[in-house]
Design a protein around this ligand. Sequence first.
Ligand code: GUN
Length: 291
Amino acid sequence: MPAVILDGKALAERVREGLAGEVAEFRQATGITPGLSVVLVGEDPASRVYVRNKENAVKAAGMNGEVVRLPADSTQKQVLDTVDRLNADPNVHGILVQLPLPKGLDSVEVIDRIDPLKDVDGFHTQNVGLLAQGRPRFVPCTPLGIIELLKDAGVETKGKHAVVLGRSQVVGKPVALLLLQKGKGADATVTVCHTGTPDPARFAREADILIAAMGVPEAVKADWIKPGAVVIDVGIHRKEDGKLCGDVAFAEVAPVASRITPVPGGVGPMTVAMLLKNTLHAARLAADRRG
Ligand code: GUN
């Protein structure tokens, strides 16, 4: 039996509709329109597409969205000054600095300059620490979207073996932390494989839930999959023929898996939906502080 497709596009649309309703209620109750500012430094073509998608989604949900564009040759101080200005602006509830930054800029210093209560990406040291302690405040959007997909599909995680391929700050590490938390959509036994792992396929074959986030096109083959496993593909790559693919060789893996996310239309749309969720969360935190 071929795998059931986990339709992230459809779920993201449902989530976004629900959030638009929540935004309208929040605005009525508080007079506050949630606002997200995205800082884009330079002209990276992929980043420009991502940023445009984020801006459109924010506006469609009834929030304020602005993109602050800085030239590729900006200095570290210019980027930090921009973050300071947004930190001080009461109409800006969420700040996202699109990564990667151009060479020569220190992204760690920039991210840690963001007010941690406005850090909708969940990359600030304070938010990473809270997640590691099991009391999350802002969780990175892609890992949050993966957990929502699993929950929505009724995938049991408790007591299951989840194997994460990749240890990035954006996906691998935070998704591993989420899965090993206590509670719904978590309580898994988690293995993280990375570039220092000899023979990751050996671990992947033990997975009930396999999360491929290593950033290598179609690296995960059919013989990496335990029959009936749930496969989540975080990768997105443009092939020579112009088509998109993920980190999973979809055509050969789908017949072995029980459920699988497509690329495109799986994890990607959920990431944007979770950014909206985090932005509303940031606006609620601001309203609480205002009292
Ligand atoms: N670049 C690729 N993914 C992301 C993300 O989730 N957030 C930011 N800020 N930049 C990214």
